[in-house]
Design a protein around this ligand. Structure first.
Ligand SMILES: NC(=O)c1ccc[n+]([C@@H]2O[C@H](COP(=O)([O-])OP(=O)(O)OC[C@H]3O[C@@H](n4cnc5c(N)ncnc54)[C@H](O)[C@@H]3O)[C@@H](O)[C@H]2O)c1
Ligand SMILES: [Zn+2]
Length: 361
């Protein structure tokens, strides 16, 4: 399986995404960013025993003067202020300075917290992402969104801060638990659903290979997802327009994650159900044929993802969906489908239709 380099074209903040097996141990990929500097490896208690030593050894080979290891507790429930504070404290104790490079090794939780620490420590230091979950490799490590959760809403505190590079080692996915792997496939499907019908059809015809983690199929899915995400981010870094399309399934999904309690549903699982709901609601509004919504739902189910909404009271749905960052002036903004492969930002979602839809469960 060959390796690929993509670029996120953001002018002076442009950076490479390296994708391929064994890349976390390749010193030359880190060297331009770490030579002569100190590195702070931020990871968690699950990923550290698997991969931290290898990355530390590679950082040393790449010319890092020293490497500090910061290990967070594992899980969405720890995407919090306390974890962030632990990073700041260890950086300060070790007298980290503005030239220190933060290396985020782990899934989207580690990437988001470490990225936010990098965005804010001494008003901003560089960070490099080494994503080790499928979700992080196809989505969260790319694009510069960093955040922690608040008890009242997901990703409510954060910053835009692009990494200096993304090193996605596809071999690291072999240790990923099946539920986590399926959750990552949800964001792969999302990229097809919003932007690329041909890719969506490819996922349908390779669903079995993907579920079996067949390396060639997996490499294609990661590459195409990163291409789509990189293009959308390059066109709209700060989400003043088209980048919001990447939120397909996320308004419903974030409500599910927050209302159920962080960690009950995996992010990707909530997004899968959120996409199923957004597709069904698109059909309800007459934007797409019901058969197209069903086609997307069937694909998600084949990939082992949940597609049925939890039975929250209507008020719970509206309360959590009402806190979405896309909303303006108290109106709920949704990403809906105009067809499979094409999504739209809908700012004037008919409130009565949404209530009826949610109340019907
Ligand atoms: N910043 C963004 O643009 C963006 C986009 C999508 C999602 N996210 C965020 O990403 C988070 C979800 O990320 P996630 O799905 O990676 O979850 P996660 O970070 O919780 O990782 C999932 C689990 O897998 C473990 N793990 C990680 N790598 C492993 C490996 N190689 N082998 C074995 N176990 C491994 C982790 O310790 C964890 O238990 C959410 O908080 C979501 O909001 C952010
Ligand atoms: Zn997501």
């Amino acid at each position: 399986m060959s390796e690929t380099v993509l670029r996120v074209e953001l002018g002076e903040r442009a950076y490479p995404i390296h994708i391929g097996p064994g890349l976390m141990g390749r010193a030359e990929l880190y060297a331009p960013h770490v030579q002569g500097r100190r590195a702070a490896l931020v990871t968690n208690e699950t990923v550290a025993p698997l991969y931290a030593e290898r990355v530390e050894a590679t950082l040393a080979q790449a010319g890092a003067t020293t490497t500090l290891r910061i290990v967070l507790r594992d899980g969405e429930a720890f995407k919090t202020w306390e974890s962030l504070e632990r990073i700041y404290a260890q950086l300060l104790e070790a007298q980290a300075d503005r030239a220190t490079l933060i290396v985020a090794l782990g899934g989207g939780v580690v990437g988001d917290v470490a990225g936010f620490a990098a965005a804010t420590f001494q008003r901003g230091i560089p960070h490099l992402q080494v994503p080790t979950t499928l979700l992080a490799q196809v989505d969260s490590s790319v694009g510069g969104k960093t955040a922690i959760n608040h008890a009242l809403g997901k990703n409510m505190i954060g910053a835009f801060h692009q990494p200096v590079a993304v090193i996605a080692d596809t071999a690291s996915l072999v240790t990923l638990p099946p539920r986590e792997f399926a959750a990552g496939l949800a964001e792969v499907v999302k990229h097809g659903a919003i932007h690329d019908l041909e890719f969506l059809a490819w996922i349908e015809s390779h669903a079995q290979e993907l579920v079996a983690r067949e390396p060639r199929a997996l490499a294609h899915a990661i590459r195409r997802s990163c291409e789509i995400k990189a293009r959308i981010v390059a066109a709209d870094e700060r989400e003043t327009g088209a980048r919001a399309l990447l939120n397909f399934g996320h308004t419903f999904g974030h409500a599910i994650e927050s209302a159920a309690g962080y960690g009950t549903w995996l992010h990707g699982e909530a997004v899968a159900t959120g996409m199923a709901l957004a597709a069904r609601f698109s059909a309800r509004l007459g934007r797409i044929p019901a058969a197209d919504a069903q086609r997307l739902v069937a694909l998600l189910a084949r990939l082992g993802l949940p597609v049925d909404a939890p039975s929250f009271p209507l008020d719970t749905w509206l309360e959590y969906m009402g806190r979405d960052k896309k909303n303006e002036g108290g109106r709920i903004t949704l990403i809906l489908l105009d067809s499979l492969g094409r999504a739209a930002i809908v700012k004037d979602t008919p409130a009565a239709a949404l209530r009826d839809f949610l109340a019907a469960g």
